[in-house]
Design a protein around this ligand. Sequence first.
Ligand SMILES: Cc1cc2nc3c(=O)[nH]c(=O)nc-3n(C[C@H](O)[C@H](O)[C@H](O)COP(=O)(O)O)c2cc1C
Length: 378
Amino acid sequence: MLQTMTQIHSAEDARRLAKRRLPWMVFDYIDGAAATGHGQALNHAALRDIRLQPRILVNVRERSIAKQVFDHDAALPFGIAPMGMCNLSAPGADLMLARLAAKHKIPHGVSTVASTSLEKIIEVAEGHAWFQLYFSGDGSGMGALIDRAEAAGYRTLVVTLDVPEVGRRPRELRRGFKMPFRIGPKQFVDFALHPRWSLSSLFHGKPGMANFGPDNPFDRTESRASADWSYLAKLRARWPGNLVIKGVLSVEDALRLKSEGVDAIQVSSHGSRQLDSAPPPILMLREIRRALGPEFPLFYDSGLRSGEDVVKAYAMGADFVFFGRLLQYAMAAEGRDGLAQMTQVLADEASLTLAQIGRRDMHDLPSTLATVQQPPLP
Ligand SMILES: Cc1cc2nc3c(=O)[nH]c(=O)nc-3n(C[C@H](O)[C@H](O)[C@H](O)COP(=O)(O)O)c2cc1C
């Protein structure tokens, strides 16, 4: 029997294949970062330069990378970060992610601007979905989305607050990327040069923002700048389930969020897509953990590219972590199969890292394991 060759052995493999297969406009939308990209490079360097202490003569034959998140047992120590318009990376990408979430019982962050409806995603994810909300305009349109999410069975609301305005990402701007998606002459040439993507995307229909329609249009460029602490208080009073605030990089904000009664904080720089000059989020994670104490639920995303990075983020203070771009690279590279390969790579890397450092379990990764080196400037 002919066996398919595994092509993805690392995040870099998936990215390289994605770059080859995607139109430039789509690749630059997914891969791009804010402004010069220096903030992203700094975070990658900071992650790279965290050192984990190896240990010997610990029996690590039996290891588990399962992890509890809220009151739920996830089979993997990482989930899926919310990402808008995922179906651009491959037709049906949202549902590939939803099936992955169902299979491993991991949380699937469903973006406000997902390309599949929030109702369909939670159904396919068999309940393993968290709804991500963007505040927009005066906030009045958000109530209807929250009602829909609740009716669909969502129990965790992730409110992303690091986008008071959409960051300037020159690679997107240069390609003329817009949501909703438009095809002008420039894009036409780009698509013609990437026929594999274009034919399958044309066949499946142009991805759109499925949670919106003519009756409730979405304007990506509409200011989200008027959200303030009183909005948070209203949200807290309105949402009975888990409330997660995503996009936190300040110790002061984290302390205030804790006192306002949120259930978890997600330390994140939005994958370095918002403020180029932000401090490396992986370093802020440790500061925030120190300030909040050992018990408060802290999640992390941004810049993770391996299972070893997952272990590092836990040692820096995370209770759970999320991958973003990496999963889209894998689907762009090889669709569902690429996603399965990438997931296996990440799981293997996390488990092998545990073995090397003499640990058996993701619940047992104290901060003493990780030394932060002063990274040389990239
Ligand atoms: C293409 C793309 C779209 C994104 N869309 C959203 C979104 O709609 N809502 C949100 O909260 N975060 C969004 N994010 C940010 C991710 O949730 C996450 O913070 C980031 O991707 C993590 O960094 P990483 O890509 O380096 O793993 C998006 C990221 C990417 C790459």
